[in-house]
Design a binder for this molecule. Structure first.
Ligand SMILES: [Zn+2]
Ligand SMILES: [Zn+2]
Ligand SMILES: [Zn+2]
Length: 118
């Protein structure tokens, strides 16, 4: 018994993407994993998001770690690496088993803070 082929391929693809991301952006924010948003813990249903207190809130890019965020209209953009708020992805998106073998496998200790609804 193991993961379905589809699930395995999907998770391997995510892992490869994560590996590339970590090599390219070693200084990404470890709090939000490069997303720039974290779960709003005051929201009782935990489905709200708020700007990451460790990067975006301080003008720091969640992806490259530079103090280089610039407000473009109502969105933050990074003038260093081109990261865009609400547009750019971080690490581990949908990094969950979808075949039911493991309901919430954590790969390499990285959990998406924006999990795909199962
Ligand atoms: Zn962050
Ligand atoms: Zn950046
Ligand atoms: Zn699976």
């Amino acid at each position: 018994m193991g993961h379905s082929e589809e699930c395995t391929l999907r998770r391997e693809a995510i892992r490869d993407k994560n590996r590339e991301f970590r090599e390219r952006y070693p200084n990404h924010c470890k709090t939000c994993h490069g997303w720039g948003e974290v779960q709003d813990t005051t929201d009782p249903y935990l489905d709200g998001l708020e700007p990451c207190p460790d990067c975006v809130e301080n003008g720091i890019c969640p992806r490259c770690g530079e103090h280089s965020l610039d407000l473009d209209g109502s969105r933050n953009k990074c003038i260093s690496c081109g990261w865009e708020e609400y547009e750019s992805e971080g690490l581990g998106f949908n990094n969950f088993c979808t075949c039911g073998y493991l309901l919430t496998e954590v790969s390499e200790g990285i959990v998406s803070n924006i999990p795909e609804p199962l």
